[in-house]
Design a protein around this ligand. Structure first.
Ligand SMILES: NC(=O)c1ccc[n+]([C@@H]2O[C@H](COP(=O)([O-])OP(=O)(O)OC[C@H]3O[C@@H](n4cnc5c(N)ncnc54)[C@H](O)[C@@H]3O)[C@@H](O)[C@H]2O)c1
Length: 447
């Protein structure tokens, strides 16, 4: 039997889980050599000294290694969950118990508790925020724009206790922010476009060493892992419909095909659809794919990609999962109205009855790889979180020069992360000879 360990400083499931969290975090650390090098330098140089940093991230073993790195750099770190289902409770306990990091995250927390935890991260009065999906920055902007009705009730009630000056000081105190994922970057770029962005943000997702690896290989592997852990289905010979052929979608399509599935891709972008077609997948609209699929996975960052009209066309026993950031890609409200259920038939599997057919929705349409599995492997998060740590340092060092816009980390740092990762993997590459260097920068030589 576990108890909720709620103190002024933290709100986690059970402190007694800390030893398991420590063992698993140390296991992940073995695969995070680039972040380790950054931690060693941060320990020496303390670039985040006395900075208050609030991070809203999936609370996983890899995130624990990032949090400890930021702390080694001198930051006073508060961590809250960026998804109600992605927290690893043992990891939260480990961070609180062994590192004194304040954590607000409990796996399976309800909507109110989720936003109570966001409130706690804001009440830390951060100089720097770190988001995965822009929930912290989103709330800060609703406060800045005095759109209090758009805040979730736990945040709104707290803000209403603060004076106008105090609210503005909360926002003005943030010198900059970092954002992990595609969906968050889309929201932030919309804010910049509308001229409402209050501080500079580093789009970590825009780094090549992030999206080319984390989104593609990380999401590819861990999404399949999540579906298998939730269902134990045989992939070989099944038809898997992949909605979205961006970085995440192509990674997952590759792994599903590798496991023996017939993959159908749905897209709205002709270029991406053409790539999928020439990569050898069948491409079709969802209305057509709906009749054929055994398993449907959304990875688009868009809303209502699978709607009730599609669900009505699906086979009896079809499985639906989402690996995009928010739980809006499958129209669950529509399903709720049209179908009977749900019946929980297995952990993370809800059965719905629609027109005499059974449909199985995994993890309530939340990120399947983080809800039912452990998220991305540490080796790929090594690069994403190296970017996060360097982005936080970049914000602190250059906040005054960075405009109120969405920036990427300098390309030299991105390239350096790739170089360090290759070195850690024991992979050597060639360097340009002086002759080649000259050839590549000249225009005189032709046929
Ligand atoms: N599960 C994870 O751990 C994880 C990791 C990284 C990113 N993400 C999230 O996954 C989502 C996708 O990220 P990405 O980096 O692949 O983005 P991306 O922009 O590279 O790809 C999204 C693709 O979806 C397509 N699309 C949009 N609407 C569509 C529709 N209605 N039907 C079919 N296709 C549609 C777009 O054309 C695009 O090609 C985002 O929400 C992102 O935040 C999840």
């Amino acid at each position: 039997m576990t108890t909720t360990a709620r103190t002024a400083a933290s709100d986690i499931k059970d402190l007694a889980l800390a030893p398991e969290g420590r063992r698993r975090t140390e296991w992940a650390e073995r695969s995070m050599p680039v972040l380790r090098l950054i931690r060693e330098r941060f320990t020496r140089e303390r670039p985040l000294q006395a900075r208050r940093l609030s991070a809203c991230l999936h609370v996983t073993t890899e995130t624990a290694n990032l949090a400890v790195t930021l702390q080694a750099g001198g930051a006073d770190v508060v961590l809250c969950a960026s998804n109600p289902l992605s927290t690893q409770d043992d990891v939260a306990a480990h961070l609180v118990k062994d590192h004194g990091i304040k954590v607000f995250a409990i796996k399976g927390e309800d909507h109110t508790t989720y936003y109570e935890h966001i409130r706690a991260a804001l009440a830390h009065r951060p100089d720097v925020t770190m988001d995965d999906g822009a929930d912290l920055v989103g709330a800060l902007h609703m406060i800045a724009l005095n759109r209090l009705d758009d805040l979730a009730p736990p945040v709104r009630r707290w803000i209403e206790t603060l004076s106008g000056a105090d609210r503005q000081a909360l926002v003005a105190g943030v010198i900059g922010s970092t954002e992990e994922t595609t969906t968050g970057v889309i929201r932030l770029k919309a804010m910049a476009r509308d001229g409402v962005l209050q501080f500079p943000v580093i789009a970590v997702n825009d780094s090549d060493t992030k999206h080319l690896f984390d989104n593609r290989y990380g999401t590819g592997q861990s999404t399949l892992d999540g579906i298998l852990r939730a269902t134990n289905l045989l992939v070989a010979g099944s038809t898997v419909v992949v909605a979205g052929y961006g970085w995440c979608g192509r990674g997952f399509a590759l792994r599903a095909r590798g496991a023996g599935a017939n993959v159908i891709v749905t897209e709205i972008d002709p270029l991406k659809a053409l790539e999928a077609q020439m990569d050898g997948y069948r491409v079709a609209p969802m209305a057509e794919a709906a009749r054929l699929g055994d398993v449907f996975v959304t990875l688009t960052g868009n809303t209502h990609v699978i709607r009730v009209e599609h669900m009505r066309a699906m086979k009896d026993g079809a499985v639906l999962a989402n690996s995009g950031h928010f739980n809006v890609e499958i129209d669950l409200d529509g399903l709720k109205q049209a179908a009977q259920g749900p019946t929980r038939v297995r952990e993370f599997v809800n059965e719905w009855r629609l027109g005499g057919k059974r449909l199985f929705v995994l993890a309530d349409g939340r990120l399947i790889n983080l809800a039912a599995a452990e998220g991305h492997p540490a080796s790929v998060m090594d690069m994403s979180f190296a970017n996060q740590a360097l982005a936080a340092e970049h914000v602190v060092r250059h906040a005054k020069q960075l405009g109120k816009d969405v920036h990427r980390i300098p390309r030299e740092l991105d390239a350096e992360i790739a170089r360090l990762k290759l070195a850690a993997m024991g992979v050597a590459i060639d360097t340009l000879t002086p002759e080649q260097q000259k050839y590549l920068t000249s225009w005189e030589m032709g046929t």
